[in-house]
Design a protein around this ligand. Structure first.
Ligand code: SIN
Ligand code: FE2
Length: 214
């Protein structure tokens, strides 16, 4: 497929205090990133987790790195072992770590050392309700969020659930970094619109890198 924007240079857009969007930053490496996601999922498969409230999430998730995030009827937690396989989460691939650190540096967080990468897979209709990322031990470290595949609408609010929400259209290769003043800002993903991405078909993937432990 002809991609008129294949040679487009990445650029950045401020989002909020401490938060920035690095447009198209991950695009050049996306084929490697997709292959690497498949390798991780071959060890720790995507699964739809159940929240403490008993709701089955529409987004399918897996993790890589020393710690992985999961939820079940008992609560949310980071753990070294995948509850589905009973084995450690797959190691964080070098290409993931390098990408996350470069993005964090670019956004003004040069010392980012992620120990967890949550991988989300959205099918059409899948969404992520408004929430804060607050299960991490180190809130001085930013969140680095890489969007791949189909585009989606990201909502970014403030410290209160009722704060006004900005709407951001996130496309393949875009990276959002939030930390500092906006580290605990509420955010969400609206239901994914159906479509087909030339590299992966009917999916959106998102990698979120965090520092989960001290
Ligand atoms: C997240 O909030 O952890 C993921 C957001 C996204 O899928 O872009
Ligand atoms: Fe989040």
């Amino acid at each position: 497929m002809l991609d008129l924007f294949a040679d487009e240079m990445p650029w950045s857009e401020p989002l909020a205090p401490g938060a920035v969007i690095l447009r198209r930053q991950a695009r050049e490496q996306s084929a490697v990133l997709f292959a690497t996601i498949a390798q991780v999922a071959a060890i720790s498969p995507f699964r739809q987790m159940v929240t403490p409230g008993g709701y089955t999430m529409s987004v399918a998730m897996t993790n890589c790195g020393p710690y992985g995030w999961s939820t079940d009827r008992h609560g949310y937690c980071y753990a070294a072992v995948d509850p589905l396989t009973g084995k450690p989460w797959p190691a964080m691939p070098d290409c993931f770590r390098t990408l996350a650190q470069a993005a964090a540096s670019h956004a003004g967080y040069p010392a980012f050392d992620p120990d967890a990468c949550l991988i989300n897979r959205y099918q059409p209709g899948a969404k992520l309700s408004l929430h804060q990322d607050k299960d991490e031990a180190r809130l001085d470290a930013p969140i680095v969020s890489v969007s791949l595949g189909l585009p989606a609408t990201f909502q970014f609010g403030g410290l209160k659930r009722t704060d006004p929400l900005q709407r951001v259209w996130l496309e393949h290769g875009d990276i959002v970094v939030w930390g500092g003043e906006s580290r605990l800002f509420y955010h969400a993903i609206l239901p994914l619109k159906a479509g087909s991405h030339p590299q992966v078909g009917p999916w959106r993937y998102n990698l979120t890198f965090r520092r989960a432990t001290e």
